[in-house]
Design a protein around this ligand. Structure first.
Ligand code: SF4
Length: 366
């Protein structure tokens, strides 16, 4: 084992509970997402939450933008398999309705709801229900005075906004809080979280907002969240992508696994392929990965390699690996060659081996 310490120790934060999911302290960093349905459509929203949960989502946020959405919110929380955060802007009465409707957390900015009396009403309700509040500062919607003071949505302006909201809650004695500071670019997001991390011990919800399409968004989120988590900052994460929420969850989990911050799920190594490749590696790797998702959620490592030059080494290092040859593939199990199959049979053969291997591991209690 290397003695290098690649990640900084985790920032010490107080722990809050979002439903059954602990956030902060020594709790594992959780993955969350947000529904993209019309909240008034309960069936569509609940079905989306189920698909997110299947993709590893641990906390889901649902926007409650209108009275109508507030009225059906309790039906969603009653049927959701994971804790539901109510996302509220401006209308504190919707926060009260959502809290009564089973919200596991309220995302609301106390400075935007029109006065300390309203803050008190929300805080009292959150206290009565035992649910936390997330302050969500967004670089795109900072208070006018702060934009005037700082010229633009700088990290300092975002931090000052968070501290102002926080003060309104603390004034009422409320500290069951987590905070997010999202900007749409990596650098500002990272700087803002770093700055605030020095000033408070509340847990942080990390995200790069409006990160973009799956390609660009995955990169921006991985960098922004990756930098912060490598510095020990972050207690729960949301990858935001223009696209499927299930992808957001998968990317989030993959990020945590890549940093060694979460276990679970299989790991698949595959080579980029090069001039030596003699099979359709792209197809084989994608089909194997899709098949493994159906079979395996354990910590098994698989390798899919393109050729017999560099492939066998990696394939033999994995629990189960394949190295492509001329129109064929060699399947290795724990470093031992167990099968040689034609390229067209490679995917089903590999998946059969994966099933058998996983079954044996489960029986052995691994
Ligand atoms: S394993 Fe073979 S095909 Fe894949 S990148 Fe390495 S040399 Fe190229």
């Amino acid at each position: 084992m290397s003695e290098l310490q690649p990640l900084s120790p985790r920032r010490k934060t107080r722990q809050i509970m979002v439903g059954k999911v602990p956030v902060g302290g020594d709790a594992p960093i959780s993955v969350q997402s947000m529904t993209k349905t019309d909240t008034r459509d309960v069936e569509a929203t609940v079905s989306q939450i189920y698909s997110y949960a299947g993709a590893g989502c641990e906390i889901v946020r649902v926007s409650v933008p209108t009275k109508k959405a507030g009225e059906v919110f309790h039906e969603i929380t009653a049927r959701s398999p994971i804790p539901v955060v109510a996302d509220i802007h401006f209308d504190y009465r919707l926060a009260l309705v959502a809290a009564d409707g089973g919200a596991a957390c309220l995302r609301i900015n106390p400075g935007n709801i029109g006065g300390q009396d309203r803050v008190r009403a929300v805080v009292e309700k959150a206290g009565e229900k035992g649910i936390p509040i997330r302050i969500g500062v967004n670089g795109g919607s900072l208070e006018k005075e702060l934009l005037e003071k700082f010229g633009t949505a700088t990290p300092e302006a975002m931090v000052e906004s968070a501290l102002r909201h926080l003060e309104l809650l603390e004034k009422e004695g409320f500290t069951n809080t987590k905070i997010s500071l999202k900007a749409s670019d990596v650098i500002r997001t990272v700087q803002a979280y770093r700055l605030l991390a020095k000033q408070v011990d509340y847990p942080f919800h990390l995200g790069v907002t409006e990160a973009g399409t799956p390609f660009g968004g995955t990169i921006r989120s991985s960098l922004g969240l990756g930098i912060l988590m490598a510095e020990g900052i972050g207690d729960t994460i949301r990858v935001s992508l223009t696209g499927e929420g299930t992808e957001e969850c998968k990317v989030g989990h993959e990020m945590l696994r890549a940093l060694g911050l979460r276990e679970g799920g299989f790991r698949m190594v595959s080579c980029p392929s090069c001039g030596r490749v003699q099979i359709d590696l792209n197809r084989v790797a994608n089909e194997i990965e899709a098949g493994l998702k159906e079979i395996d959620h354990t910590g098994i490592t698989y390798a899919v390699m393109g050729c017999v030059v560099n492939g066998p080494g990696e394939a033999m290092d994995a629990d189960l690996g394949v190295a492509g040859g001329a129109g064929e593939g060699l399947i290795y199990r724990k470093g031992v060659l167990v099968r040689k199959v034609k390229e067209e049979d490679l995917v089903p053969a590999f998946l059969d081996e994966a099933r058998a291997y996983k079954e044996e591991m489960s029986k052995a209690g691994a």
